[in-house]
Design a binder for this molecule. Structure first.
Ligand code: TYD
Ligand code: MG
Length: 448
């Protein structure tokens, strides 16, 4: 009887086939087939019979254990879930190891040990980081090993009951089950599978660090995202260098909370007063407009800067940083058609100050105002904050959370608001603008 079965797995995307392939039919990668031998004896050995649960049975919601790192708990909707597996992804050098080290500091020792497994840094490097960040908690244990089976065994040998295990990183792990080098898709998948099994059977929380490639995918396996309960992602926010932490998959809550951090020698520091941080450099020059946009669950003030200039080369260029290019092209087209502004022949550059990436279309009016302002080379006639989404017909549409946006605008000290809807508020002047044709009135020349 056959004891093993050979098959081939694409080392780029995880595609499986029982025949060798020169080019992967899924991702078109050349020579990516890696031979994999599955032990048939293992198949069917541990068949478990599941219980059937009916809906009248009481099932408690997952209990969250706070990490006591306030901003991280916010992103996690309260804390870590026992037995859950998290993936923390981000580019090298972004601050993943730093974040985990700082999380370890705040987790209360009554919950159990925190095990930090490092497969890519030396003992000195990891200990130096903990010292640098001022962390020396007794319940933090370090393991320097890359063999998954050995890591799991080390807990038993040392009589340690971990509450959470940090794996830094999944790309350095190696399982004895497969004969492939660390970082290859098969190895990453098998090591992750082992860790997930360990988490579920021992009720231990696991955070896997996953490096992201230049293209933004988690190196090698996208499949990792399917294997874990939550995916946390760390990004650099444009030119500001701020680190943005967000949840992109969450089996225990919503995915729209974000936190911004500054990074320094002392680690990650949450930005408490984001408003003054983002607006410290604002001045009412031609091309600059303020808006209030939704980033995750947060409302943030944002400065849009535009430059409209004569093209140096034949065909005009459109360059954006922080806002989607498609959105800009649409606004240019509407302004050109409805206001007869000759924007289509101009070079156009639009940024969000600090490079913060925004997708909230309620900033459309602010983008339009910045473009008109730069084209006319006139500043806005008063300190205003503008919001509204622009439709293809040039009408300005209502937006969500108008009341909350107005509250924030008042805090910033705006005298005027440009809004598509009426709203009565004694402390601030609300200018209702329902069509982009009315935006021209908001410039100094238009007033005089
Ligand atoms: P790290 O957590 O090592 O990144 P990752 O694990 O995602 O690869 O963080 C690296 C950051 O920490 C980097 O931006 C620079 C900063 N850093 C210091 O400020 N001082 C130091 O001595 C070191 C080693 C790093
Ligand atoms: Mg690291």
């Amino acid at each position: 009887m056959k004891k093993s079965e050979k098959y081939y797995v694409c080392n780029n995307c995880g595609y499986e086939s029982d025949k060798w392939f020169a080019k992967c039919p899924m991702c078109n990668e050349l020579e990516s087939a890696v031979e994999y031998t599955a032990d048939l004896n293992l198949k069917g050995e541990h068949i478990e019979t599941p219980n059937i649960i009916f809906l009248d049975q009481k099932v408690d919601p997952p209990k969250k254990i706070p990490t006591n790192f306030k901003e991280v708990d916010q992103v996690l909707n309260g804390g870590l879930v026992k037995g859950a597996v998290y993936l923390l992804s981000g580019e090298p050098g972004i601050g993943k190891s730093t974040l985990l080290s700082q999380m370890a500091k705040f987790i209360e020792d009554t919950n159990g040990s925190i095990i930090y497994v490092s497969g890519e840094e030396s003992t000195e490097q990891v200990i130096q980081r903990f010292y640098r960040l001022g962390i020396n908690n007794k319940n933090i244990g370090l393991v320097f090993e890359s063999n998954v089976e050995s890591i799991i065994k080390s807990f038993e040998k040392n009589h340690v009951k971990p509450f959470v295990v940090f794996i830094d990183s999944i790309q350095t792990l190696k399982s004895e089950n497969v004969d492939s080098s660390p970082g290859s898709i098969i190895q990453v998948r098998e090591s992750a599978r082992k860790m997930v099994e360990f988490a579920k059977t021992r009720n231990v929380t696991i955070i896997l660090v996953g490096h992201v490639t230049k293209e933004g995918s988690i190196a090698g396996p996208k499949i990792l995202e399917h294997m874990v309960d939550c995916v946390l992602q760390m990004d650099i926010e444009g030119s500001s260098g701020l680190r943005l932490l967000k949840v992109t998959k969450n089996r225990f809550g919503p995915t729209d909370e974000v936190v911004l951090f500054e990074i320094s020698q002392k680690g990650l520091k949450p930005i408490e007063n984001i408003t003054s941080f983002l607006l410290s450099d604002y001045s009412n020059e031609p091309g600059n407009t303020l808006s209030i946009v939704k980033v995750g669950q947060k409302l943030l003030p944002i400065e849009i800067q535009a430059l409209v200039s004569n093209p140096v080369y034949g065909s005009p260029r459109r360059v954006t940083s922080g806002i989607p290019l498609d959105r800009l092209l649409m606004i240019i087209a509407v302004l050109s058609k409805k206001l007869k502004l000759p924007l289509e022949s101009k070079d156009i550059f639009v940024n969000t100050a600090g490079g913060l990436r925004i997708t909230d279309s309620s900033m459309d009016v602010a983008i339009a105002l910045s473009l008109i302002s730069s084209y006319l080379d006139l500043p806005l006639s008063f300190f205003l904050i503008a919001f509204g989404e622009i439709g293809l017909d040039g009408r300005i549409r209502g937006i969500s959370l108008l009341e909350k946006r107005i509250e924030l605008a008042k805090k910033i000290g705006a005298e005027n608001i440009i809004s598509p809807k009426k709203f009565s508020d004694k402390k601030i002047k609300i200018n209702v603008v329902e069509n982009i044709k009315d935006l021209i009135k908001l410039f100094k020349k238009g007033e005089n």
